[in-house]
Structure formats: structure tokens, C-alpha cells
Design a protein. Structure first.
Length: 162
């Protein structure tokens, strides 16, 4: 079974002023697709804290897939992509490109999302948007091929296409 962690970046979610609906949407989709949710946490929009937690999850082999939500916009506090880039050893640009293509079919504002994706050790880290609607659209668009990528990363599958 593939293990997944969910990390929400939200100042108001961290202080309990706002419910983490996007994190719940991620867990719902992952569980439906057969992933085991092994870890979930809300952190403030802080680059160092987010990066340290992402690195810890990967370095301690807690999850095969780490999905973040929030912090991918234009606000000065939106630093999730930078935290992701700080900790990843190899970037995976195709995943955020695919999500932006999907989002732009719904709204031209999809081009404003700054998601990033990369690999640290055996963990694939992907930034999702902050809104529950956009999370659902993006994650449902990419979820099927992610399994193959994770299997390759874990050494459970070959690189050969079918």
C-alpha cells in the first residue's frame, strides 16, 4: 500500500481560525484511490518550518507521497513552492505543468498558481492549490499516473511504458 502525508500551509488554519477543508479533500481522494494516510499536519505559512517538515517526512521515510495544500499564490506569505524547492533533490516540473493545464481549462487564473513538485530520497512532494475546488480538480487530474511514478521511485516497477 502506498503511504501518503498531507501538509497544509495556512496561518489561519494553524491558529484554528479556519477549518482545513482542502486537507480533508486530499485525504478523501487518496483514500478512495487506495492510499494509506499516515500523517497530516497544519503549519503556518513559514518557509523554514514547511521545508523542515517536508525534509523530515522524506528523511524518516514516513510517506511515499507528500501532498501540500496552500501557499502557492502571489501573497507575500505564499512560500510553499520555495520551501519545496529548498528540500527537493530533483524537481518534477511535469506535474505542476499538468495541473496548471487542467486549471486553465476551468479558469484563466490557473496560470497564476505557482505549484512545484520534486523528489527527496524516496518521497514525491507535490504542491496543490489552497482552495478545496482547485485541490479536487488538480489531484483528480494527476492521481492515476502518480501511482506509477511512486512505484518506480520505490523500485516496485520498471521505467518501461505499457
Amino acid at each position: 500500500m502506498r503511504r501518503a502525508a498531507v501538509l497544509t500551509s495556512s496561518d489561519t488554519g494553524y491558529t484554528g481560525e479556519r477549518e482545513d477543508i482542502s486537507g480533508k479533500v486530499i485525504c478523501e481522494i487518496l483514500e478512495r484511490e487506495g492510499y494509506q494516510i499516515v500523517y497530516q499536519k497544519i503549519l503556518p505559512d513559514d518557509r523554514a518550518l514547511l521545508g523542515a517538515e517536508m525534509a523530515r517526512i522524506a528523511d524518516e521515510d514516513i510517506a511515499d507521497l507528500l501532498l501540500t495544500t496552500g501557499g502557492t499564490g502571489f501573497s507575500k506569505r505564499d512560500v510553499t513552492p520555495e520551501a519545496t524547492e529548498d528540500v527537493c533533490e530533483r524537481m518534477v516540473p511535469g506535474i505542476p505543468e499538468a495541473m496548471r493545464i487542467c486549471s486553465m481549462q476551468v479558469t484563466k487564473r490557473g496560470m497564476l498558481s505557482r505549484q512545484a513538485a520534486g523528489i527527496r530520497k524516496g518521497t514525491l512532494i507535490i504542491n496543490l492549490p489552497g482552495s478545496p475546488k482547485a485541490v479536487r480538480e488538480c489531484l483528480e487530474y494527476i492521481i492515476e499516473p502518480l501511482g506509477h511514478g511512486i512505484d518506480i521511485l520505490r523500485g516496485d516497477s520498471s521505467n518501461c511504458g505499457g
